[in-house]
Design a protein around this ligand. Sequence first.
Ligand code: ATP
Ligand code: MG
Length: 210
Amino acid sequence: MKLIILAAPGAGKGTQAEMLSKHFNIPTISTGAILRKNIADGTELGEIAQQYINDGKFVPDDVMINIVSKRLNEDDCKEGFILDGFPRTIKQAEALDESDIDIDKVLTIEVDDEKIIERLSGRLECKACGSTFHKEHRKPKTEGVCDNCGGALTVREDDKPEVIKDRLDTYHTQTEPLKEFYANKGMLRTAIGQEEIAQTSAEVLKALED
Ligand code: ATP
Ligand code: MG
């Protein structure tokens, strides 16, 4: 299965990508995670990416196309993969279309803006393993500490309230048109995001059945 997940920031893309990765036994390629790792490691790419991300803007298309095409050509992606966070613009989708990689399906997870703002503004992320929690809805067992690895929980720079609105605007103007792009190719599958993660997972698996 070669799958793209397309959803607004905070819609649960990353969580569902992990679920599907286990379900189909294929790797998840998360562009956000790749960029954050580069920022943490202080690489050249990290330096370029940091400013865009912290302003709620997209990293330039050519940079992203380069990163993803290299990654998808690695051996572990031969049997399938889940793309979390790419493509995010029509230009990226066209580049993927013109490559020799054949995508099977594109999943969108629909969540209202209001809900997204509530989720992102309370989100906590583990610096070490990337697991996410929520200040009210999914509290870690010990405040400030990751349940999974014991790492420190932080608020992502781009989850600060003034950046969330820009990320949502960027999503609506630049990424949402991809739904029509893939619907026209008969590839789009839609799941409605639910309150509970397990319920959303069930919707996602159902959406991918046909
Ligand atoms: P979530 O954490 O819920 O997935 P998100 O989709 O905003 O929210 P990431 O996917 O982690 O977050 O991406 C974080 C940031 O990295 C984006 O806001 C953007 O600036 C940059 N980024 C990631 N993927 C791309 C891409 N394909 N094209 C351009 N910029 C990207
Ligand atoms: Mg993500």
